[in-house]
Design a protein around this ligand. Structure first.
Ligand code: AMP
Length: 430
């Protein structure tokens, strides 16, 4: 199958050839014909499958085919395609993809996101954009201020819907959907389909919706070599530096559950003489872009990222992912390891698992329906015991000492809960 055989216009086929794509990925092969026929689409696919091109190419094709319709109302240059994505990095990535795939056509796109002054974004909007890529908060903000009107949107895309939910954007997203005109083509992508996401998709999509599914299990099983290292929390920094050196990793993405943790990992790596930088929500946008740029150019060996900041990081030849912490949300594991083994490459994902995280490992293995191999031949094997705190914890956090069932809460559940709190705070503040 070629891009031409999918029915895409010649300038688009030329642009993807420039990008070095020789054949469509499975999601592109399935989605593009459906979208060119004008159907709504529900796509179950994770980042790394070629999902962006699966919607950007047909949108550009359809806009081009209907060129002229936008001049019907004189003096008006409406937004005709809207893509909503959960993070700045992902939004920028999508904007770059539209620019790359549309290089032989003449459609403008702009990316808007929070955390920076709005002036430049407003100027771009005033000049007129055909395709707008936005994170939900800034989009609503500029809609409220009257800079953005969605009444002429013909193509609406919600990308990484499950992340929107995780990040607490669900209400913003609902408001955005309400502001869209009823006559439109809608695309809804999510790596996982929990019940809330299915409900949201029903609000957005019409009766003629088609579904495509690129199962995470397929992606993880086929492409990414995965393994687990049991190691205590204390020994994780040593094991990390050891593996980077021993396995001669020159380009590794390390995941940390928290922002604070990410900074600490960078310090430890630097002490071991390994060039590293962190990318998370407390870093300024220029600092994040600098770190990402340095990593892409090979100036850094390790990029340490929180889950949210890592969304949209697109590094083509990323061979290694290390989960320094195991995520407590199993779907996050799938997202993380999807950073390697992208499109056509293969990759390796190594996960550290301390005693407390063994419960998370169980959930992950259940989700991906695989038993992951445990590598025990390393200098700091761990027996899985959870160290007791040195002193009884006195600091009350406004919570009772009883579990939901009325019984006393054990250490493990208290710890897991505080981790969940930490993670959700981490997410929200990014
Ligand atoms: P995405 O899932 O959209 O984030 O894309 C993942 C990566 O695959 C990006 O680096 C794309 O540039 C690349 N990619 C997308 N489509 C293709 C294709 N048909 N052939 C090769 N690489 C692709």
């Amino acid at each position: 199958m070629t891009f031409t055989e999918l029915g895409l216009l010649e300038p688009l086929c030329r642009a993807v050839a420039d990008e070095g794509y020789t054949a469509p990925t499975p999601i592109q092969e399935q989605s593009i014909p459906i979208l060119l026929e004008g159907h709504d689409l529900l796509g179950a696919a994770q980042t790394g499958t070629g999902k962006t091109a699966s919607f950007a190419l047909p949108i550009l094709h359809l806009l081009e085919q209907r060129r002229g319709a936008e001049t019907a109302q004189k003096g008006k240059r409406p937004i005709r395609a809207l893509v909503v994505a959960p993070t700045r990095e992902l939004a920028i990535q999508i904007g770059d993809s539209f620019t790359a795939y549309g290089r032989y056509l003449n459609w403008t796109n702009t990316v808007i996101f929070g955390g920076v002054k709005q002036g430049k974004q407003v100027d771009a909007l005033k000049r007129g954009v055909d395709i707008l890529v936005a994170t939900p908060g800034r989009l609503l903000d500029l809609m409220d201020q009257g800079y953005i009107r969605l009444e002429d949107v013909e193509y609406a895309v919600l990308d990484e819907a499950d992340r929107m939910l995780d990040m607490g954007f669900i209400h913003d997203v609902k408001k955005i959907i309400k502001a869209l005109p009823p006559k439109r083509q809608s695309l809804f992508f999510s790596a996982t389909m929990p019940p809330d996401i299915v409900k949201l998709s029903k609000q957005m999509l019409g009766a003629d919706t088609r579904q495509v599914s690129i199962k995470p299990e397929q992606t993880t099983a086929e492409k990414v070599e995965q393994s687990i290292y049991y190691v205590s929390k204390k020994n994780k920094p040593k094991l990390l530096a050891h593996l980077i050196v021993e396995k001669d990793m020159d380009h590794v993405l390390v995941f940390s559950r928290t922002k604070h943790g990410a900074n600490k990992i960078v310090r430890k790596l630097e002490q071991a003489g390994i060039k590293a930088a962190a990318i998370h929500g407390n870093k300024s946008q220029p600092a994040r872009e600098q770190a990402l740029g340095d990593f892409r150019k090979g100036k850094l060996t390790a990029l340490v990222a929180t889950d949210i900041a890592a969304r949209g990081i697109d590094v083509d030849d990323l061979a290694w992912v290390i989960n320094y912490d195991l995520p407590n949300i199993p779907e996050t594991y799938v997202h993380r390891i999807g950073r390697t083994g992208r499109a056509q490459a293969s990759g390796t994902a190594i996960s550290f698992c301390d005693g407390e995280e063994r419960a998370y490992l169980k959930d992950i293995q259940k989700l991906i329906k695989q038993q992951l191999p445990i590598i025990d031949g390393h200098p700091w094997p761990d027996d899985g015991s959870i160290p007791e705190p040195a002193e009884p914890q006195q600091r009350g956090r406004g919570r009772g000492g009883r579990g939901r069932d009325g019984g006393p809460r054990n250490e493990r559940s208290k710890k897991s809960e505080s981790r969940r709190d930490e993670e959700s705070r981490n997410d929200r503040s990014e």
